[in-house]
Design a protein around this ligand. Structure first.
Ligand SMILES: Nc1ncnc2c1ncn2[C@@H]1O[C@H](COP(=O)(O)OP(=O)(O)OP(=O)(O)O)[C@@H](O)[C@H]1O
Ligand SMILES: [Mg+2]
Length: 457
């Protein structure tokens, strides 16, 4: 029997919830305040903690932090007041499994409790190893060297298993769809469909019937009943891509669908219940569209319960070369060795501004592979726009804003760092073969070892 710790300073809520959970067969321990809860968290073992956020003097966030530190295996669900979405997001960032908004629907709460316990079990007992391998594969397919991308992966792991609506935003080609797919793969919905609709690609009437379906005769050409993507994605996930291009009339209908969890096919007056998790993606900042009256603010709040930002590639340069190698490996037929990249081409790739982000990088690498000679990628086989980049070593190491007196390093230290980076680059090009690297660098092997003391051990 799962043991649940229930914390709320409102006696009525505490008693209702406790009765409800006991009726479901859970072993419930209650605490009516922070101090009592702190002691229980330390002294006893629980599978799940459900805590109100707003309490004084010790609030739910402090209890969450304590639980996370002392009992990392225990799942936590937070109860939040309607409208305090930001606090709820902070709670997820601090490691809460999910949150439930007050006043809560009984079904919704019980399902969340069930999922939290299932998730907990899967993690602690490693029971669902196969599924975990599946999901890990998906996150592994995302290259994430930079702290910004690692953060995105953390968010995917954390919010994937919840049913929360997520808005993924970032410039074109940054990987929004990839992230949306990973969220699906990381959820309990992974065995069901992931369907995407591009709101910019379809004219208004078609988009509406694509999303919500239609009945026979609803408009000219509607020869038969057709289910929409919301119905088809039942149990799975639907991605509303380029949501910023959605016409206002459909935005209103979508808002109703999200609130009521029901769709009505075009031309019908019957409501059909739906169970699709909704993700949305945009490369136009929705805040700007709201200002211009092109996007409904109420819909924005519904969609962006959890926003995930994907930074442009030029702001996370650590990802560039790993992405290049990732594409090289992906595009090389099995059993063959991917081509090498010489130092000059590497520097060019790292310095270029990548306005088209990862998609442009993929195309550039494919282009280079087509024209490469002797398995080597050099500057001259890169697309002309990329090849024309001037390499600035200083900018590769420190951004223009980073040169403040306090953070300035000596020229010697700077050169040493640069040298080390270059050596490592060459070493990775030679697949770690130090003899080959020394030869390429025109230095003796001994010098190479001296310059790379950590590697020499
Ligand atoms: N971090 C990453 N690791 C590996 N591949 C990536 C990464 N980011 C993006 N890609 C790849 O780059 C390409 C573009 O990504 P995706 O289609 O997800 O971008 P997008 O943001 O949806 O673009 P658009 O705004 O044009 O629709 C895809 O082939 C994707 O697999
Ligand atoms: Mg996309």
């Amino acid at each position: 029997m799962a043991k649940v710790l229930l914390i709320d300073d409102e006696p009525s809520i505490l008693s209702v919830l406790s009765t409800l959970l006991k009726a479901e067969g859970y072993d419930v321990v209650t605490a009516s305040g922070g101090e009592e809860a702190q002691k229980l968290i330390s002294d006893e073992e629980f599978d799940l903690m459900i805590s109100d956020i707003r309490m004084s003097p010790i609030n739910g966030m402090e209890l969450l932090k304590q639980a996370h530190n002392e009992k990392p295996a225990m799942s936590v669900i937070m109860l939040t007041a309607y409208g305090s979405v930001e606090t709820a997001i902070d709670a997820l960032k601090l490691g809460a499994f999910d949150y439930v908004t007050k006043p809560f629907k009984v079904d919704e709460l019980l399902i969340t409790v069930q999922r939290a316990l299932e998730y907990n079990k899967a993690i602690t007992e490693n029971a669902d190893l196969k599924a975990q391998l599946g999901t890990r594969y998906h996150l592994e397919s995302i290259v994430a060297e930079s702290p910004a991308m690692q953060n995105v992966c953390d968010m995917i792991r954390r919010v994937g298993p919840t049913d929360t609506t997520i808005l993924v935003y970032g410039e074109s080609g940054t990987g929004k769809e990839l992230v949306a797919k990973a969220i699906h793969a990381y959820s309990r919905r992974k065995e069901k469909q992931f369907l995407a609709v591009n709101c910019a690609a379809l004219p208004e009437p078609l988009l509406e019937s694509e999303m919500f379906g239609h009945v026979k005769g609803a408009f000219t050409g509607a020869a038969a009943d057709k289910e929409g993507l919301f119905e088809a994605a039942s149990g799975g996930t639907i991605l509303l891509d380029e949501i910023g291009s959605m016409p206002l009339s459909i935005q209103g209908k979508l808002l109703r669908v999200l609130q009521e969890k029901e769709v009505r096919r075009v031309g019908s007056n019957k409501n059909i219940p739906i169970d699709a998790r909704v993700l949305a993606a945009t490369n136009t900042p929705l805040e700007d569209l709201i200002k211009d009256g092109d996007f409904r603010e109420d819909l924005y709040y519904r969609l962006s319960v959890i926003p995930i930002e994907i930074k442009p590639l030029r702001e996370r340069r650590e990802d560039i070369l790993p992405l290049v190698y990732h594409v090289l490996r992906k595009e090389t037929p099995q059993g063959q060795t991917p081509p090498n990249i010489d130092a000059d081409a590497s520097a060019v790739l790292e310095s270029y501004s990548w306005p088209g982000n990862v998609r442009e990088l993929e195309n550039a690498v494919k282009h280079a592979m087509t024209f490469a000679r002797e398995e080597k990628i050099t500057r001259d086989v890169l697309p002309p726009k990329v090849a024309a980049t001037t390499v600035s070593t200083a900018s590769a190491t420190a951004g223009p804003g980073e040169i403040s007196a306090g953070r300035c390093k000596s020229l010697k230290a700077f050169l040493r760092e640069l040298e080390k980076e270059y050596l490592q680059q060459i070493l990775s090009n030679t697949g770690g073969d130090k003899e080959k690297a020394a030869k390429a660098l025109k230095i003796s092997l001994a010098t190479l070892y001296r310059k790379l003391p950590e590697e020499a051990e």
